[in-house]
Design a protein around this ligand. Structure first.
Ligand code: NI
Length: 134
């Protein structure tokens, strides 16, 4: 059984390689290389998979999952500039892929180990990445 909590956050980023020219960055990263940053309305789906705990009838209490996501992820990244404000992205490009890995690593210690965790991060309505630890 899989259950999901959906949360959203807004954050700014810039994707660029400091060793490349502005032209090459624009060629590779497109608008995401805009030197003055830009924002995304990220949609984060946190999927938890495991058996139904028949004592409570849930796989995981989604209220508890919501609190974990808000404490570990939303409060950390919402209304931030990921490049400038967030330690996690000082050395790591804040692409959707890398953000999803960072989020998974933040959440994993708070989810019981017998439950599988997968995070799906929508950067735009059309672009989504998913990470489950592999
Ligand atoms: Ni972008």
């Amino acid at each position: 059984m899989k259950v999901c909590r959906r949360e959203t956050f807004n954050a700014a980023h810039r994707l660029f390689n400091p060793e490349w020219s502005d032209e090459k960055n624009l060629e590779v990263f497109g608008k995401c290389s805009n030197p003055n940053y830009h924002g995304h309305n990220y949609v984060l789906e946190t999927w938890v998979e495991g058996p139904i705990d028949q004592e409570i009838g849930y796989v995981i209490d989604l209220k508890k999952l919501k609190d974990i996501i808000r404490n570990e992820v939303t409060e950390r990244f919402d209304h931030r500039n990921l490049n400038l404000d967030c330690e996690e992205f000082k050395q790591l490009k804040p692409s959707a892929e890398n953000i999803a890995v960072v989020i998974w690593n933040l959440l994993r210690p708070h989810i019981e180990s017998q439950l599988n965790l997968s995070v799906r991060l929508w950067e735009t309505e059309n672009n989504v990445v998913e990470y489950d630890g592999k």
